[in-house]
Design a protein around this ligand. Structure first.
Ligand SMILES: CCCCCCCCCCCCC/C=C/C(=O)SCCNC(=O)CCNC(=O)[C@H](O)C(C)(C)COP(=O)(O)OP(=O)(O)OC[C@H]1O[C@@H](n2cnc3c(N)ncnc32)[C@H](O)[C@@H]1OP(=O)(O)O
Length: 298
């Protein structure tokens, strides 16, 4: 719990000092309506049911909910706001963009930018992972669309994953297909979910799994019809919330702390690795080819 406590207190200090807020022009405030509360800060909408203590976080950054620096900053602020709210016990993470959960890291943030920008971007990716993977809340991903790479990572950070039963929606860590490499903490998160051998296959091949295959691999826990994803997530949430918080939280921490501590210890080295890797000409070329292909498929 120590690393978690450090993380939580440093994030809280930043939040309260307004470091994020100054950049974004102030924190979004809760709007109250009967026993519902909501706030939105542009790319993310959070609705909280005060009766159940469950918040639904909807990513709404069209066209594909790609994770750019602004999005990641808003995501971390929103998550921290819920984390410090004692009345919030559970979080359902989903998308407000049709057919897409999240397209993963925004490739344009990793192309043609300065090393300072790459470092700031990577720190924000780390922050998102540390907060979501280390959350004390029950976290459930309601995966209502495709979810490659960083999108898959977000889902894997949650305690439970429910996906729309549509073979057109795929999920996986496909980094090698872009000519890049999933860092050790992406790998650890996947190993902790589906095991070593399945992760090795999956990562080397950069495999994207259509929903039914993702279920077979244990990458998601349950498939339901597309229009039942939210209600199934709410039902699963009430089951998870029936477990006493303190026991569940300590168990979660016991399972995840080694991975979290590993990144916390090597955070700066990991940023330096990312910057020197991503700024290589050969890597920039691979990303350019991948982006060109994405645009050509239209
Ligand atoms: C010892 C080892 C050392 C190693 C050191 C390691 C260091 C670390 C290395 C780096 C690690 C980086 C980790 C990266 C993680 C990532 O998340 S990379 C991103 C991966 N994402 C993808 O591959 C998704 C690509 N997108 C798609 O497959 C499809 O777009 C979609 C999500 C399935 C949606 O399809 P569709 O609805 O048909 O929409 P499109 O027309 O394809 O897209 C709409 C527009 O959005 C743009 N776009 C899509 N995805 C992204 C993205 N990820 N980033 C930025 N932009 C994206 C797309 O180009 C379209 O744009 P326009 O043409 O301008 O409309």
């Amino acid at each position: 719990m120590a690393a978690q406590a450090v993380l939580r207190s440093s994030a809280r200090a930043r939040l309260l000092s307004g470091a994020f807020c100054a950049q974004r022009g102030g924190p979004a405030l809760w709007q109250h309506h009967q026993n519902q509360r909501a706030f939105s800060n542009g790319k993310i909408l959070v609705e909280m049911d005060e009766a159940t203590g469950v918040a639904v976080m909807k990513m709404k950054s069209p066209p594909v909910n790609s994770l750019n620096l602004d999005f990641l900053t808003e995501f971390s602020i929103s998550l921290e706001k819920l984390e410090i709210d004692r009345s919030c016990r559970g979080l359902i993470l989903t998308s407000a963009v049709s057919k897409i959960f999240s397209a993963g890291l925004d490739i344009t943030e990793m192309s043609g930018k300065s090393n300072e920008h790459y470092a700031a971007f990577w720190r924000a990716v780390q922050e998102m992972w540390l907060k979501l993977y280390g959350s004390n809340m029950v976290t459930i991903a309601a995966i209502n669309g495709s979810s490659p790479a960083g999108g898959c990572l977000m889902a894997l950070c949650c305690d439970y994953r429910i996906m729309a039963d549509n073979p057109k929606f795929a999920i996986g860590l496909n980094e090698t297909q872009l000519g890049i490499v999933a860092p050790f903490w992406f790998k650890d998160t996947m190993i902790n979910t589906i095991g070593n051998r399945a992760t090795e296959l999956s990562l080397q091949l950069g495999q994207m799994y259509p929903a039914p295959e993702a279920l077979k691999f244990g990458l998601v826990d349950k498939l339901v019809p597309e229009d039942k994803v939210q209600s199934a997530a709410a039902a699963a949430m009430s089951q998870w919330l029936s477990v006493p918080d303190h026991a569940r939280q300590l168990t979660k921490s016991m399972m995840r702390k080694p991975a979290i501590d590993r990144l916390v210890k090597q955070r700066e080295a990991d940023i330096n690795n990312f910057v020197s890797f991503i700024s290589k000409d050969s890597i920039q070329k691979s990303l350019q080819i991948y982006m060109d292909r994405l645009k050509q498929k239209k």
